[in-house]
Design a protein around this ligand. Sequence first.
Ligand code: UPG
Length: 343
Amino acid sequence: GAPEHISTATDYNIFVIYTKENYQLHVKFELFAKSLLKFANSGMLLHLHVLTDETSGHSVEQILESEIRRYRRSIIYSLYSMHLCAEQVMDIVNTMTPYFSSTPKSYYSDALFFLSLGLHRIADENMERAILLDCDIVFRADVRLLFNEFEKFAPDHLFGLAPELTPVYRHILYRYRANYPQTDFGSPFYLPPSQQQQQQQQMAANMVSEESSLVLHNGHKLHKLDRFHGPAKHGYPGLNSGVVLLHLQRIRKSSLYHHQLQDGQVRRLTSKYMFKGHLGDQDFFTLLGYEFPNLIYRLDCVWNRQLCTWWKDHGYSDVFDKYFTCKGRIKMYHGNCNARVPE
Ligand code: UPG
C-alpha cells in the first residue's frame, strides 16, 4: 500500500465516537483517554480512531496530547468526520431506525447508534480487526489484552460482545416470553441451578419431538428446535454494544450478515420476537445473537462491566441483581446511563 499505510499499520485499532460535546461527555472522554494510556504499557503501538465533529475534535486533540505527555506513551490517533462516516452507513441507519430507535424519523444523529453495523466500510479496507468502544468506558487493564480475545473466535464468529447486565430485554421481550414461557431469551446469564436442571431435562425431552417438528415445519416447532440447538447452561439476557470486537475481514465477506441487514430480514426477526427496541445497534446484535448464535463470540462481562442501574428502580427490583452479576476481576468498566465508575 501507500507509505503512510506502512507507518500507521498496527494490529491494535480502537474506534470511539465523540460527537456533540458537552461538559459530561468531555469528562467521560478525559477518563477514557487517561485510563487507556495509563494501562497501555510499552509494546505494540495502539491506533485510536476517533469519529468526531469540528468542535468536539478540538477537545479530542487537546485531551489526547495532554495525556500522552503525562504518561509518556506513544500512540497514533486519527480523527474522522462523523458527518462523512454517517453518510457511509445511511442505508443501514434508515433500515434499522424504525425498529430499534425511539425517535420515529431517522436523523443524522441516529447514525452514531448504528455505526458499528457498517464500520467495515469506514475502516481502511486492509484493516482486519478492530474494537469499537463507547467513550464512557474506563480501563483497568491494558486494552491490548482484549485483542487476545480474537484468538478465541470460532471460524464463524464475526463479532464479539459481552452480555447486557440489566433486564432491558426481559422487558422488551415481555410478549414473546409470555407466549413461550420456557424460553431463556431475556433471562439472566447466570441461571439458578434449578432452572439449569430444568433446561437439561427439556433438552432431553425435545430430542424425541425434533423429528416431527421437522416434518411439520410449523413456526412453533421450528422455534423449539432453534431453542435447543446447543447445550446451554445459561440464559440469554441480550448483548451490550459498549464494547464490540469486529472481525472486519470476515464481516466484509459474510453474505449471511449482509442479508440480515436488509429490511425484510429485520422485519422478520423483530416480528418473530415481537420486538420493538430503542438501543440502536445493540438491539440488532441481540436479535442476531438469538437467531444466529454462531456469528457472535460471547465476551466475558469483565471486559464490559456495565454500571447502569436504571431498571432497578423501574419495575425490576426483584430480579435486577440476577442480571447485574458479573464475576471475576474487572478489566473495563462501562459507566452507561451516566453511572459513576468506582475509583
Ligand atoms: N455519543 C457521542 N455523543 C452523543 C451521544 C453519544 O459521542 O451525544 C457516543 C459516545 O461514545 C457514547 C456512545 O455514543 O459513549 C453511546 O451513547 P450513550 O449516551 O453513552 O448511551 P447510553 O444511553 O449511556 O448507553 C446505552 C446503553 C449502552 C449502549 C449504548 C449504545 O446503556 O450499553 O452501549 O446505549 O447503544
